[in-house]
Design a protein around this ligand. Structure first.
Ligand SMILES: [Zn+2]
Length: 56
């Protein structure tokens, strides 16, 4: 299951996670979205590239 660079960039590159409701928000190239599309929170973090976080 190898992802191409373009594919992984598309998947992980512009995705921001809301720190309040944990939903994913798509940003523009390199820029975070202004706010969460669900809860309108401005606390967003960029999704980590590569592997997913293991469930605690
Ligand atoms: Zn949110």
């Amino acid at each position: 299951m190898a992802l191409s660079v373009a594919a992984s960039k598309r998947i992980f590159g512009d995705v921001w996670i809301c720190m309040r409701c944990n939903c994913r928000n798509k940003g523009q190239k390199g820029k975070p979205p202004h706010k969460c599309r669900k809860c309108n929170s401005k606390k967003l973090r960029q999704r980590k590239k590569g592997k997913k976080k293991a469930a605690a």
